[in-house]
Design a protein around this ligand. Sequence first.
Ligand code: SAM
Length: 252
Amino acid sequence: MIFQYIGDEVKFVIDERGKKYIFNEEDDFHSDLGIIKKEDIKKSNIGNILTTHLKREFKVIKPNVNDFIDLMNRQCSILIKKDIGLVLAYTGIGNGDKVLDAGTGAGAIALHFGNVVGNDGMVYSYEIREDFSKIAKDNIDSFRMNNIIIKNKDIKEGIEEKNLDLIFLDLIKPYEIIEDAYNCLNHGGFLVIYGVYLDVIQISHKILKNAGFEDISIIESLNREYEIRTQGIRPKTRMVGHSGYLLFARKL
Ligand SMILES: C[S@@+](CC[C@H](N)C(=O)[O-])C[C@H]1O[C@@H](n2cnc3c(N)ncnc32)[C@H](O)[C@@H]1O
C-alpha cells in the first residue's frame, strides 16, 4: 500500500462529525472543537483517540487514497469514484503497469493509478496549465507518491512514453491524439476516453476504429444510493444524474 509512508510524519484524523484532517506533529492543532497539543499528536497511533481541551474527540485512522483525495487542493472538477472504479476494473490495470493520463487537473485519477500500479509501475500525467500542474505536483508530493510524474505539457505536442499499458484521456478534444496513443500502447493495452458530451464520444469512436483499435465499448454508470430510515430502506431522492461517458478501446 503506497500510502504507508505518511504515518511517520503526520497523522490522518477524523472528528466526531466525520470531518477529516491531516495533523502535523510539529504544531498544536486548533479547531472549533478545541486544541490538541503537538506532544499528544506525536505519540498517537492508528486507533488512538485524541481529546481536545474541550473534551471533544478525534480518532487517528489508517487513510486510503480516497481520504487523501477528499482533502487535496483542487481548482477544477475531478473525476468521481463511480467512473474511476470502472476504469480500474475494465482495464484490469495493476502492479507494475505503465499508465499515461491527460489532463491531470488536481490529480484524482492519477492518484488512483499510482495506488494500483505500485512501486514497480509508473504514471505519467500531462497537464497543459502550469498552475494546475503545480497543484497536482504538490498534492502528489504531500501524499509521498513517488511513482507519478506530472508533466506541464500539451499532450497534443506528442506522447513521449512508449510501451504503455493504459492511456486515459479526460480532454475536450481527445480524438486529436488517438493515432499517437495507438503507437505508444503495448499490444494488449487500453485507451480510455472520458467525455461529458456524447458527440465527443461519437467522433472518438469513429477515429478509434480507423486507427485500428478493437474491443470498443461505451459505458455510462448511474449509481443509486440508498438511505436507511426507521420506516425502511429506500433510494435517496437525489442522485448524480450525469458525470460522463467512458469509451474503452484495446490495441490487440
Ligand atoms: C477535467 S480536468 C481533469 C480531471 C482529472 N482527469 C481528474 O482525475 O480529476 C481536465 C484537465 O485537462 C487539462 N488539459 C486540457 N487540454 C490539455 C492538453 N492539450 N494537454 C494537457 N492537459 C490538458 C486542463 O487544463 C484540465 O486541468
